[in-house]
Design a binder for this molecule. Structure first.
Ligand code: MG
Length: 447
């Protein structure tokens, strides 16, 4: 059985996530680390989180690792604390934006970068083969509690220059950042109105996924209160989304472009990001490098290429000058810094060109996905009469000379083939969509 998915181990409590699995994951991480060094452990406010944290910690200690429990914290604090405290690894217990009955385990390297798929595979192998090392009574790991919130907040503030006086509405969705984001914004001189900022594992305020549908209250409050902007996180606050002063949900691609343009230099993003990023970056002599979808790939490319900023159009932003882990709180401060200098946010967003987009998903049995993608790679390019460019970084991305493009990828978690199209003209987008969709449907039927 595969334990790790696209973002660590994730599943429903009792069905996939159990105390015994957490114990084994703890033992496997300790084995992987040869029982040496310290491991940071944090958890989100889910009802099952402390139970999993205790079981996982027991496994780590049984394998000889010392643990530093940093308590109920947002995910980015684990990515931050691990290198800061010179720990060997960091572990976060969270299911991010998933419903309350879910939970998960995500692991970080000593440098604050999430475990790569190869490292996760090794943890999985140790568990499957029960290849654990355990130590005797005189070598067991120790456990201590440490509150790193103050250190983190002070460090974030040192990295931003926010002019005081903005009015900001914050919606933490009753998630892990509830005590931090409103507090840090007040520390930099913002007037803060908070929504759903009491941590609660039942997520009574709203669904933990920060989609426009789930953020209606935030949009309304921003508008009626005359705030300058609204900020929201997912359940564990590694993501940040924004609402402009008119109460409009900020498009992810535009937000990515806005922050990237401020930073300049080499910008790392994923294959599904808008071409408007490339066009706006040209104006500031920036460069865009695309990777596979997933924050680990973005972090790896940030190191390899010496990037200045990494982002995925899902509200996931990486600021390498601070941390190699996506950080929704740091990102909120960065955005507020930009708005405080150059706002209003609506104007900044409206200045960025937007193109015609189509997002489609075509039902496809999991067993056929690989074959369909093979055929897409081999035969779909022949369906186009114009000159095209093809790249296979992640799925198949075909771009035309006028910069319009189509991206075809199998879904990692559901039985679909995903199609994303972007074009300057609606007519081109529809044409690309028709060609791609009919080819994929015909291929699925023929297999
Ligand atoms: Mg998350």
């Amino acid at each position: 059985m595969r334990l790790f998915g696209t973002s660590g181990i994730r599943g429903k409590f009792k069905e996939k996530l159990t105390a015994s699995l957490a114990l084994n994951v703890g033992k496997a991480i300790a084995t992987y680390l040869k029982g040496e060094g310290e491991v940071i452990v944090g958890y989100d406010p889910r009802t099952s989180s402390q139970l999993i944290e205790n079981a996982l910690s027991a496994g780590l200690m049984e394998g000889g690792c010392d643990i530093i429990k940093i308590g109920m914290v947002p995910t980015p604090l684990v990515g931050y604390a691990t290198p800061k405290l010179k720990a060997k690894a960091g572990v976060m217990i969270t299911a991010s934006h998933n419903p309350p009955e879910y939970n998960g385990i995500k692991v970080w390297n000593h440098n604050g970068m999430a475990y790569s798929p190869a490292q996760e595979k090794e943890i999985e192998r140790i568990i499957q083969e029960k290849d654990y090392i355990t130590v005797d009574w005189d070598n067991l790991g120790s456990s201590e509690h440490l509150n790193i919130t103050k250190m983190y907040m002070e460090d974030v503030i040192e990295h931003v220059k926010v002019k005081a006086g903005l009015k900001v509405v914050v919606d933490c969705g009753c998630g892990a950042a509830s005590y931090i984001t409103p507090a840090i914004l007040r520390m930099v001189g913002c007037e803060v109105l908070s929504l759903n900022c009491q941590p609660d594992g039942f997520f009574p305020g709203r669904d933990p996924e920060p989609t426009p549908e789930n953020l209606k209250d935030l949009m309304d409050v921003v508008k009626v209160s005359g705030a300058d902007l609204g900020i929201a996180h997912d359940g564990d606050a590694d993501r940040m989304v924004a609402v402009d002063e008119k109460g409009r949900f900020a498009d992810f691609d535009k937000l990515l472009t806005l922050i990237a343009r401020e930073k300049g230099g080499k910008i790392i993003t994923t294959v599904d990001a808008s071409i408007s990023l490339d066009e706006c970056l040209k104006e500031v002599d920036g460069e865009v490098i695309r990777t596979k979808v997933g924050d680990v790939h973005v972090a790896e490319a940030l190191i390899r290429e010496g990037g200045s900023f990494g982002g995925e159009p899902s509200g996931t932003w990486l600021h390498p000058e601070f941390s190699l882990s996506p950080d929704g709180i740091f990102s909120a401060l960065k955005l507020i810094e930009i708005v405080s200098e150059k706002g209003p946010l609506s104007k900044l967003l409206d200045e960025i060109p937007s193109y015609y987009n189509i997002r489609d998903k075509i039902p496809c049995p999991d067993t056929k996905k690989d074959n369909v993608m093979e055929k897409v790679k081999e035969q779909l390019p022949q369906q186009f009469t114009e000159k095209i460019q093809i790249d296979n970084i992640d799925g198949v991305r075909i771009s035309l000379e006028d910069n319009s493009w189509v991206l075809i990828r199998p879904s990692g978690t559901e039985s679909y083939i995903r199609v994303r199209i972007e074009a300057k003209r609606e007519e081109t987008a529809r044409k690309l969509h028709n060609i791609s969709r009919s080819f994929i449907e015909k291929t699925i039927r023929g297999l």
